[in-house]
Design a protein around this ligand. Structure first.
Ligand code: 7TS
Length: 424
């Protein structure tokens, strides 16, 4: 692509064509995006690690602490009631955003990691016995591996792993073959943080359900990029982190079908999750409060509500289309870089481009790019089995949000040219 074509593509980034998204206007909603790093404009391409926050989320947090701050579910006083109302209103926002049937199907947690641990230690633990199997995939984040290993060890169960091909696509026939009479649970990632692969969740859930097996979906990387409808997916559990969806850190949610949540034992014991306590017997609060022991991240939950309302104000299909265009553009531009190998070339990808350079270690790529104002992540991305599969210790990863532009990918590619010059 020559420079005129690039310039035209940049204009089409903004408004025209099938993707009607005004990136410059949206960037204005995110104060940090106009900052500089080492005197250069920030090029933030580390959105899979965490996304930036729109002013509306920052203001919501500030307003909460300035005008509302109080503990919830336990005070008769005015502020406590306002805080409780706001917190519960956010739960309804999450419900609507995921299209859950009932608001009680939404449990606030710290994030995806805590969500998976909660499901493993309650639902998982109560279903697994000696010799049973849990199926996960070859491209899981550690937080969808280790909690299952822990519960398998506790219960004498085994982990089975769905293999993938060299492009980073799960082998669906092999997956179907893994589902047997001992399979008690399937848990897999909707969109891979290391490869960007979008897995065929609907089809995979259906295959499990045909055999009566419930499915957990790790939505940490899908919620910020794709329209998620838990009823359409018919998924049993869906887990995500607020901070990857333009919300605060330390907050996320578990969606669980009501019948599961009601049957599950509590996760942690403490305040708020009980109905009555005596030394002889404790009865538990109703769902979802049964799973929210102790004072939760009230401000975080309210901030998450604000971020999801912000996202809901965008056309998420258009956003997904725009981001797909960014990934394609990045693939094309990166493949022109000598000695560059893309890690993860699935047919259907969202938000993530991982690569290695022949002559430069990923950490050195990250350091050189940093001096250019470009923030990417380098390392194993908490997906060491993926690195082992490709025979690399680490990759460099650029990950996008709807506020990224093609010019930023150009700056990334120029920075890679510098890295190659320095380390040649
Ligand atoms: N699952 C996936 C697919 C993820 O990408 C992550 C975080 C998690 C689970 C855990 O989420 P948390 O919010 O509980 O930490 N992924 C990354 C990443 O790719 N870079 O930093 C964190």
């Amino acid at each position: 692509m020559d420079s005129i074509e690039r310039a035209e593509a940049t204009v089409s980034d903004r408004l025209t064509g099938p993707c009607r998204i005004d990136v410059d206007r949206l960037r204005g909603d995110f104060p940090i995006l106009s900052s500089t790093v080492y005197g250069k404009p920030l090029v933030y391409l580390d959105n899979a690690a965490t996304t930036q926050k729109p002013a509306v989320v920052i203001e919501t947090l500030r307003n909460y602490y300035e005008q509302v701050n109080s503990n919830i579910h336990r005070g008769v006083h005015h502020l406590s009631q306002v805080a409780t109302d706001e917190y519960e209103k956010s739960r309804r926002t999450v419900q609507r955003f995921l299209n859950a049937r009932k608001v009680s199907e939404i449990v606030f947690v710290r994030g995806t990691t805590e969500g998976v641990n909660l499901i493993a230690q309650t639902f998982g633990r109560s279903r697994l016995a000696e010799g049973d199997e849990v199926v996960i995939s070859a491209m899981e984040h550690h937080s969808n591996i280790v909690p299952w290993q822990m519960v398998c060890e506790q219960m004498g169960a085994r982990l089975k792993v769905i293999p993938m091909n060299d492009r980073g696509e799960l082998l669906i026939e092999k997956y179907a073959g893994l589902l047997g009479p001992r399979t008690k649970l399937v848990s897999f990632v909707h969109v891979s943080n290391a490869l960007g692969t979008v897995n065929p969740a609907r089809e995979m859930i259906q295959l499990a359900h045909e055999r009566g097996i419930p499915v957990v979906l790790d939505g940490a990387q899908s919620l910020p990029h794709l329209k998620v409808d838990v009823q359409e997916l018919d998924v049993d559990f869906f887990v995500f982190s607020g901070h990857k969806a333009f919300g605060p850190t330390g907050i996320g949610a578990v969606y669980g079908k009501l019948k599961h949540l009601e049957a599950m034992p509590p996760y942690q014991g403490g305040g708020d999750m009980i109905s009555s306590v005596s030394f002889e017997k404790t009865t538990y609060n109703e769902v979802p409060h049964k799973f929210e022991a102790g004072t939760p991240n009230i401000a975080g939950a309210i901030g998450l509500g604000a971020s999801l309302e912000y996202l809901a104000g965008l056309d998420l299909d258009v956003v997904a289309g725009y981001e797909e265009g960014l990934v394609e553009y990045a693939h094309e531009a990166l493949l022109e870089v000598p000695g560059l190998r893309l890690i993860g070339t699935a047919e259907k990808k969202a938000g993530v481009v991982s690569f290695v350079l022949e002559s430069v270690h990923p950490h050195d790529i990250g350091t050189i790019l940093d001096r250019e104002g470009v923030a990417i992540r380098t390392g194993h991305h908490c997906a060491q089995p993926v690195m082992d599969f490709y025979g690399v210790p680490a990759t460099a990863r650029a990950s996008f949000a709807f506020y990224n532009k093609r010019e930023e990918i150009d700056i990334l590619v120029q920075g890679l040219g510098k890295a190659i010059e320095v380390f040649r």
